[in-house]
Design a protein around this ligand. Sequence first.
Ligand SMILES: NC(=O)c1ccc[n+]([C@@H]2O[C@H](COP(=O)([O-])OP(=O)(O)OC[C@H]3O[C@@H](n4cnc5c(N)ncnc54)[C@H](OP(=O)(O)O)[C@@H]3O)[C@@H](O)[C@H]2O)c1
Length: 359
Amino acid sequence: MTRLLILGATGSIGTTALNGIRAGLCPDVSLAGVTASSSPLLEDISREFSVPSAYIDGNDESAVSSFIDRTEPDIILNAISGSAGLPATIASIKKGKDIALANKESVVMGGSFMLSLARSQGVRIIPVDSEHSAIYHLLQGKKASRLIITASGGPFVDRSDLENVTLEEALHHPTWKMGKKITIDSATLANKGLEVMEASLLFSFPPEKIDVTVHRQSIVHSMIETEEGAFYMLASPPDMTLPILLAIKGEGKGLRNIVRPLPLSSALTLTFEGWDKSRFPMLSLAYDALRLGGGYRIAYCRADEATVNAFINGRISFCDIPRIVKAVMECGFPEEEPESYEEIMAIDREAKEKAEALC
Ligand SMILES: NC(=O)c1ccc[n+]([C@@H]2O[C@H](COP(=O)([O-])OP(=O)(O)OC[C@H]3O[C@@H](n4cnc5c(N)ncnc54)[C@H](OP(=O)(O)O)[C@@H]3O)[C@@H](O)[C@H]2O)c1
């Protein structure tokens, strides 16, 4: 039995993982414990599975550590949203636990510091994001010269004027049902920007070797190109159950029929298009942040989170998100990769304060 602790069990990823367990898709995984921030759903989950639960702020590293001690998991699914996922990831690494990592902000902000801490503790970081899960599996035994990350394009892929976008429109994603923060990030393409940074760090690819292509059907989850010029792609219906369970259990480890087969006997059209730099500046800014260096990645990620919250709370408009993030980045941040957790958190605080002052 693999004992699984889910941090952020009440959210979209947490619920999908729990539904997989409920449906008996991974019979040799047992739940060890669950956490959330404040949702009353947590108590129902705890009762249903007869496991310990706790309301823990991901920023409280010592509370996460104590809950890990209490629940003794083999693997931790970090499904917390936003920057609060990073301290929780650090706590999990320090406890020597493998991590199925949905929280992309942990990688973008924690960068080489977090990844080398994981290496030194012998901890495996297995990506849950469908794009990175695809690349992770495609790279097994192959050498790639380029990564191609697919993007659904979000709700505004065909809309020319984004000035008057409402919250309701931005929360209406065409293919995925997800938490609010990632859904807004998908509408601005900041989510793709975070994913480009995540891929660069996880797979050691420079920004010029990572492309984004708009693939509206969300069936191809990403591709790699080999030096010979061949493209390998991973395709499955848009359902997070597969990448989540693959991260928890691993390929070839008794997982069967996780998603329905693709309907290849009927017409299945797959399209790939470029993305519009002028309408989606958040993706260009992410490439800039990645090229500029560690401090800029943290600033981008934190300024994005602050502005997305402000948009959700009605304090700024949709197009203010990239304007403010750009203004924050123009304040200047360290180009070197932070060498300590304290350095990361100092940049995090500075970017948050600067962004909030502009909201
Ligand atoms: N949803 C997807 O399909 C998807 C796909 C790829 C990657 N991801 C990534 O996975 C992560 C989770 O996304 P999601 O869509 O599942 O988010 P979500 O639906 O908003 O759920 C977030 C979860 O984290 C908890 N949480 C929120 N703030 C917290 C804090 N400060 N401390 C501790 N726990 C906190 C929430 O608890 P409460 O319910 O109590 O607030 C909830 O359980 C994000 O990093 C996202 O980018 C998601």
